[in-house]
Design a protein around this ligand. Structure first.
Ligand SMILES: Nc1nc2c(ncn2[C@@H]2O[C@H](COP(=O)(O)OP(=O)(O)O)[C@@H](O)[C@H]2O)c(=O)[nH]1
Ligand SMILES: [Mg+2]
Length: 439
């Protein structure tokens, strides 16, 4: 439990209908009621209308006060929320009053950090809080909810319980002489380790590339010769006219980006200058940027023009090949592997979208699954898997049971870090540094 009382604006800093200030700590009630003329009673979890005064006793703002007594609050401490008019100036003035009454400005994520310290949630749930706030698609938001409800954490806990159980078995065996150990002992233990630890961890790890992409997003670049219809394709995928389309080669000279989503993955789609040899400085710079984006993108859509074979020459980076303007083509003798489309008629567009989806998303992963969405979790799981395999190798070898047990205990700690167990102060600092103030 901390002694200090923290306060911060919980809503976005800017003009809004309502602005919410959150106060947490032992002084929350006294500080909040000190703002009011008549020190109102704050019944738990009931909205109370109040006026808040400045230092001279003039009314600064009027709004609702909500009191959540410890331990039944977000942080586990006494929490008071002030819901006032969302003027950035008034909100700042109210906050200054609270600071002059002894509240401290909250650091990023400090409310949630206190919730973790007070056992209201584990670290993976705290990460889910910021994932909810950062969710760029509904699918990402739903996945964050699962983590917030603790579904992911419970998987990890189940793995940890299995490790405890196996280690207990091993420790019970350590006192026996070699000849007293039943024949099938090692085999049974090894089987259990594979089925109950290695396989489930592998399944979780398999989901990581999709899970992390769900939150981090993906970039997709459209490249190809000038005038093949790259900008037209971007507009068609965006659903509105973002890029200028013209019959003049070299129209797009800079990188243009739009955001859309594919299977719930937030995607940044970049339209680029057509690749060709030019003297014009600006266009040349555009081409340089196009090439750079293409090397960094998660997927590169190479567009060719069905009416111009000179545009078919495939660059290295292409992950998806598209043959556009098939409506105007007189023959279809282009090389294999191209998805035939026409931006003008819409032909083949669904096929292209599907191909892009299966390239970016893991189509085997269903929406109901719980999956790994953070690099930190993936690394801990990889470490645990490594330790468990090392322990298993000891079992099948010279039966170095105590070494196997030590490896498994190590795996146990790696998994515990996901939930914030053990000595994790440095991990907490890193996790909460990415939070917003007021959460
Ligand atoms: N016939 C036909 N013309 C197209 C198609 N897509 C784009 N175009 C035309 O091709 C020209 C170049 O298009 P644009 O998108 O600017 O190409 P970019 O230089 O690759 O970005 C424009 O005149 C478009 O109208 C298509 O599917 N069929
Ligand atoms: Mg263009």
């Amino acid at each position: 439990m901390t002694e200090s009382t923290i306060a911060a604006l919980a809503t976005a800093p800017g003009r809004s209908g309502i602005g919410v200030i959150r106060i947490s700590g032992p002084m929350a009630v006294s500080a909040a009621t000190s703002l009011c003329a008549d020190m109102p009673d704050l019944p738990p979890r009931k909205a109370v209308l109040a006026s808040w005064l400045d230092a001279d006793g003039e009314v600064l703002d009027q709004g609702l006060m909500l009191y959540f007594p410890a331990p039944h609050s977000y942080t586990g401490e006494d929490v008071v929320e002030l819901q006032g008019h969302g003027s950035p100036v008034l909100m700042r003035a109210l906050l200054s009053r609270l600071f002059s009454l002894g509240c401290q400005p909250a650091k990023p994520g400090e409310f949630t950090r206190r919730a973790v310290m007070n056992g209201k949630m584990n670290l993976s749930q705290a990460e889910a809080v910021i994932a909810c706030i950062d969710a760029a698609t509904v699918r990402a938001g739903k996945q964050a909810q699962k983590q917030l409800q603790g579904l992911f954490g419970r998987r990890i806990e189940a793995l940890m319980e299995t490790i405890t159980d196996i280690v207990a078995h091993i420790e019970a065996t350590l006192d026996f002489a070699e000849e007293e150990i039943p024949d099938l002992y090692y085999e049974t233990l090894a089987q259990r380790t594979r089925r109950e630890l290695i396989e489930p961890i592998e399944v979780l790890l398999h989901s990581a590339s999709f899970g992390e992409r769900l939150f981090d997003g993906a970039t997709v670049a459209i490249i190809g010769a000038p005038n093949v219809g790259k900008s037209s394709l971007l507009n068609a995928l965006a659903g509105y006219d973002r890029a200028i389309v013209s019959e003049i080669p070299g129209t797009t000279r800079d990188v243009l980006e739009i955001d859309f989503e594919v299977e719930g993955i937030p995607v940044r789609l970049a339209d680029t200058a057509g690749l060709r040899d030019v003297d014009d400085y600006v266009e040349r710079e555009g081409i340089r940027r196009a090439e750079k984006i293409a090397t960094q993108a998660d997927a590169v859509i190479f567009v060719a023009d069905a009416t111009r074979p000179e545009s078919w020459h495939l660059p290295q980076q292409a992950t998806l090949r598209v043959m556009n303007k098939t409506d105007a083509a007189t023959s279809s003798d282009w090389p294999e592997g191209f998805i035939a489309i026409s931006v003008h008629t819409g032909a083949g567009m669904d096929h292209l979208k599907q191909a892009l989806a299966s390239h970016l998303a893991d189509m085997d992963i269903s929406a109901e699954d719980v999956f790994v969405t953070r690099e930190r979790h993936r690394q801990a799981l990889q470490q645990a898997l490594h330790d468990i395999r090392a322990g298993l190798a000891c079992l099948t070898g010279e039966a170095e049971l105590d070494i196997a047990a030590a490896q498994w205990r190590h795996a146990y700690h790696a998994l515990g870090e996901i939930l914030g167990l053990g000595d994790v102060e440095h991990i907490l600092d890193r996790v909460f540094s990415s939070f917003c103030i007021g959460k």
